[in-house]
Structures are given as C-alpha cells and as structure tokens.
Design a protein around this ligand. Sequence first.
Ligand code: ATP
Ligand code: ZN
Ligand code: MG
Length: 504
Amino acid sequence: MLLRFSLEADLIFNAAIPPEAEPVIEEKVTEANTVLFLRGVPRDAAEGEYGQITSWDVQENRLCLRIESGPYTRSHDALLRFRKQIAPVMGKLRLGVRGIDIRHFSIRLGDDVEESCIPRLPFISSVEVDEAGCELTLAMDLADLENKTPDRLINLIEEKAENAAYGGKGEHWELLFESKKRTGAYSGNPTEDMVARGWIRHGASRGQWIFAPQAVQLVRALEQIAIEEIIRPLGWKEMIFPKLVTWDVWKNSGHAKGVYPEIYYVCTPKSRDPAYWEEVTDYYKVTGDVPIEMIRDRIDGPIGGMCYAQCPPFWPFVKGETLAQDCLPIRVFDRSGTSHRYESGGIHGIERVDEFHRIEVLWLGTKEQTIAVADELHEAYARVFEEILELEWRRAKVTPWFMAQEGLVGVSETERVGTTDYEAYLPYNGSYLEFQNVSINGNKYPKGFNVKVQSGEECWSGCSGIGLERWVAAFLGQKGFDMADWPENVARLVGEPEEVFRFL
Ligand code: ATP
Ligand code: ZN
Ligand code: MG
C-alpha cells in the first residue's frame, strides 16, 4: 500500500523567536533529517520513505515546519521527536514550547485501496479520489498525534482492504475428525417437538425460552455429564464470572473492536431519586404505555452490555498480576448465568437464541501448558460424545481468514492458536450444528489484561464454551424423545419427565 504523510505544524513558543536562534534551528533540522529520523528505519529504505523536515520558517513566536514522509518515521512521529530534540536548545535561549498547532495533515494512499475501505470518522475531514489513489485530509490535534491515532487509522484501512480482498469469507474450515454415522429412528425437529410436549415455551423476549421441568431435567443431566465426566476429573474449579460487562473489559479483550451489532446494551439511571422518575411512572399509570423516549432521556450509558463471550469478565481477577509457577496451569469454569446475543433474523429454535446457557471452561499457563490442557480436553470431549452421549459429531479447525492470510497457520510457533469447533449432525435438516468449541487464544488475553507468569515465559490461555441449548438440540435431534432409544446412563440421569402443568 503506497503511503505518504504530509504535515504542516507550528511549534508555538512563549516568546518571539530571535534571529540568532535561526542557525541553531537550521543545525537541529539537519541533525533530525540525517540522524534522529533515521532511527528504527530499515536499512534498505529509500529516500522519501522516512520522515524529513522539507522546509521551515519562523513567524514571530512560531516555528512553522513542513514534514513529509513515507511509511517510516511518519510525519507525525517525526514532529514529536523533533519537539523533544529542539526543546532543550531553545530552552537555553529562554524559549519554551507552549503548544503545537497542526495546520495541515494529509495522507496519500495508492490506487490499491478502494474508497469503500476509508472509514467515516470525525477526524477525516475530506477524501479526494483521483487516478493515482486518494488523499485524506485529517482534522487531528496534538493529542490525537500523541495517541497514535493516525497509525491506528492506517491499520484500520489496511484491515478493511484485506477483508475486502478476501470477499467477506468469514473463516477457513478444515475437518479434523469425523465420528461414525449413527442413524436413529428420529428425524424430527427437536424444538417443535419440545414445544408440542410442553417442555418449553417462548419467553416474552425475542430468542428466549422458558424451560419447563422436563426440559430442565435434560439440561441439567447434560450439564452434569459435562461437569462430572470432563471438567472435574481434569481438575477444573468453579468460579462465578460477572454477567454485566463494561467497555473497559471489552477494550482489553478485543471485543470492543467488533461486537456492537450483537450486544444487549445496558444503561444506568441518571438518578435514583423517585422524584426524577415521577413523570415516567405517572405517564405509565395514566396511559398503560411505558414511555421509552422519556426513559431514554433519564438514563446514562450504555455502560457496556450483557455477557456475550463468557470469559472476558473473568480477566479483571488476574489483571496486572504475575502468576506463581506452582499454581499453573490454572483451570477454572463458570456456569453462573446466561449469555445474550442479538442474533437478529438468525434466531432459530433452541439452537440459535438470544439468551442462552453455557458452561465456560478457561485455562491459562505457559504456552506448553495451554496446549497440553487443550489436548486433554479434546480427548475427554471425544470420549463423552462417543461413549456416553453416542453422538454423530465432527471436529473442525476454524481459522479466521485474517489469521490464515497472516501466515499464522502452519507456523510452528503459532499453529495451535485458533478455534476448534465441535459440530453435531441434525437429521431433521441435514446440517451440522456447532454445539461447542475449544480455543487456544495464545497470548491475546494475557497481553490485553497484562498477565504474566513467574518464569518470564509468555503467558497463554484457552477457553471452551459448552452451549447447553446446543447440546440439547444435538442430543434430541439425533436420539428423539423415546427414552428407550437413549443411552442407558443418560436416560437414568434424566429420569422420567416430570409434568407439573396441565392446561385447561
Ligand atoms: P455460531 O457460528 O453458531 O453463531 P459462534 O461462533 O458465534 O456460533 P462462539 O462465539 O464460538 O459461537 O460461542 C461459543 C459457543 O456458544 C457456541 O459453540 C455455542 O455452543 C454457544 N452459542 C453461541 N451463540 C449461541 C446462540 N445464539 N444460541 C445458543 N448458543 C450459542
Ligand atoms: Zn472464552
Ligand atoms: Mg454467532
């Protein structure tokens, strides 16, 4: 990607710059162009690829600079380095830098970047497209430059360009294991049949179910199998993770980069004074309608959202810590509450819901430990699906395209980073359903939450989400409702369905 930065900025001093300062400035500009700006630049970089002060001029108390660059020592970076370099010499002349005024800042991109890859952001005041590519004029101040906003903007444009090049293919799918076929007598739709039997009914909210005792018997039996056959024997200990997740957690976990379309947002009242809410309560009492707009005016936030992925809100527990060698690998799990996703048009039966129940298994340690734990877990899952639940299932490695393209797959260091999906065959629609996954997340979370291990090695982590609705759909979808067809142990754990309700 062709990349050129052009910056005009004034260093503002506390007093007029005297003529005797000019030779000093000239000397420092030359030094910057020939030494300072070359630091960190690859040896084979051509002239013009790294930052240069191409002209300067004194106007009263301002030192007006023009800085041009390619991808190295970018103009904004050069400006900040130069400020640091010139400050002490000007200080000797009793001149102090009081501020920096950005007069003009633009970025030129080559014609390999489609206009659709340029984000719409308040910092981008104009985009001009021509034969050679396009030119972005930026409205950024000093704080934005110090915050590395221009570099993040370039990264974002590169990311969008790459995504566009791979045509929105979400992930790369590779089969790792396939169980034997197991054809049973049942090929119905388990959701419809559960509804017909009074095991579940729609909740008041979209994508939400109310589980009657018969359904809960099955859910809890499957949960018990997961916990007693897999989780506890392998040494996992239970924790309780929060279910309301704030932005700072999602910033550290990386979810803040993209989770917005699927969040159930959470807001707090601006005041808990009943008088502040009286108009709302009065309106409701008189009309019978809840006045959404009046409420919107009286709430803050959103401060975050409901649990989406289950593990991010665990991480503040270890944030900033160094873990002692003798407690590693750490293995914990959470089953303390619901997860919520706005699945929009995608909601489907109990398989794809907006409110679901999941056991989240999480582990962390060194790289070797993290990989070894994942392997143990895979083995235990395979045993349960083969010998206890007797499912027709398969396992596939799914790699997001950006990772495949970055060459992260197959490189020995990182080949194990990524997600393995477990999928079950659903006879009623002839498709496979992802019912759980196992992810080795590498150093992503430890880095995001600044967690270290005692040995000084890189800290890695993994997690596995066991979706209970998906286990139910997989099990019932294959085994049906005649308990005589179920594996005996499962039938015994579930027991005879208990009917509590009879409707007239
Ligand atoms: P899908 O591709 O089916 O949307 P996902 O890739 O979004 O799944 P993950 O983010 O990997 O799912 O979540 C881990 C697990 O959580 C899934 O394997 C599944 O068991 C469960 N899960 C995720 N979304 C839902 C949902 N909408 N309804 C029920 N279970 C879900
Ligand atoms: Zn997780
Ligand atoms: Mg999904």
